[in-house]
Design a protein around this ligand. Structure first.
Ligand code: IPD
Ligand code: CA
Ligand code: CA
Length: 267
């Protein structure tokens, strides 16, 4: 890496951490404040609050000030074009939890360059846990190197998943539950925690052994997928192809139980 890119990435890291922590403060401060809830569709389960918007405004403000030419893709605003660097932002991952005062939520920010994620951070302000990865440099939790678990078999694993917002459409609920049931019967347990960025970060540090979910968005996965990969985990589509944050299927694991998991996610 040339030294000018190294300097730029160091500056990006500084801004990323500053944005994650300051937005984390916003989430913490407003947890019990009355939420103004707006439906984004999907029968009232896909919502946004004033705190999502406040957090996003804070993050975009900091990034645009530091890097006015970079592009921005943030969940609650119109995408902004720019040069080859793109910031991908989820200002509050786990809004449904948050709207009920359930403090299982994160802020997630990633930096993409020509389609490759270079760096990602996920911050849980309620436990003060900052997960961070830079491509080729490993993954860290509050500055300490992390690694995925060494659980060798699905029947000894703790898994996590989430359900897409379209679960009330057609036969979707049955399709999703069929896969859920297979994992429920073949693992030690399955959790459903409500923040995909946190779920994946927990996989990266060995708290979970596997995760699957359909129809996540780039801002849900961009930072956390890099954190999993840099921690030694495996992330693919349901059929085992390389994962892209711009498509629908995500299967992630510690690597050791990936083949077993792959069998269950296919119909
Ligand atoms: C959601 C969370 C949830 C996942 C949903 C996401 P949001 O993000 O990550 O765990 O199951 O698919 O959309 O809407 O709270 O930012
Ligand atoms: Ca999200
Ligand atoms: Ca969100």
């Amino acid at each position: 890496m040339v030294s000018s890119q190294k300097t730029l990435l160091n500056q990006c890291k500084k801004t990323m951490v500053q944005a994650l922590k300051s937005s984390g403060k916003i989430l913490k401060k407003n947890l019990t404040v009355k939420k103004h809830i707006k439906d984004k569709g999907n029968a009232g389960i896909d919502i946004v609050t004033q705190v999502d918007l406040k957090s996003e405004k804070n993050i975009i403000g900091l990034i645009s000030k530091a890097f006015p030419n970079h592009a921005i893709l943030a969940e609650e605003s119109k995408a902004q074009d720019g040069d080859d660097y793109k910031w991908i932002i989820d200002p509050l991952d786990g809004t449904l939890n948050y709207s009920h005062g359930f403090p299982n939520t994160t802020v997630s920010i990633a930096l993409e360059h020509k389609g490759k994620i270079l760096m990602g951070g996920v911050y849980d302000p309620f436990r003060d846990e900052l997960f961070f990865a830079q491509k080729g440099n490993g993954s860290f939790l509050n500055g300490k190197k992390i690694h995925v678990s060494s659980t060798p078999k699905l029947n000894r694993s703790l898994l996590c998943t989430g359900f897409p917002y379209d679960l009330r459409v057609g036969n979707n609920a049955n399709k999703y539950l069929k896969i859920f049931k297979k994992f429920l019967l073949s693992s030690q347990a399955v959790r459903r925690c409500g923040s995909a960025a946190m779920d994946l970060s927990y996989l990266a540090c060995g708290r979970f052994d596997g995760f699957w979910e359909l129809k996540l968005k780039p801002w849900d996965t961009a930072a956390a997928v890099l954190i999993v990969q840099e921690a030694g985990g495996k992330v693919t589509t349901y059929s085992g192809k390389p994962f892209s944050i711009y498509q629908n299927e995500l299967l992630a694991s510690n690597g050791k139980i990936h083949t077993e998991m792959k069998k269950h996610v296919r119909p």
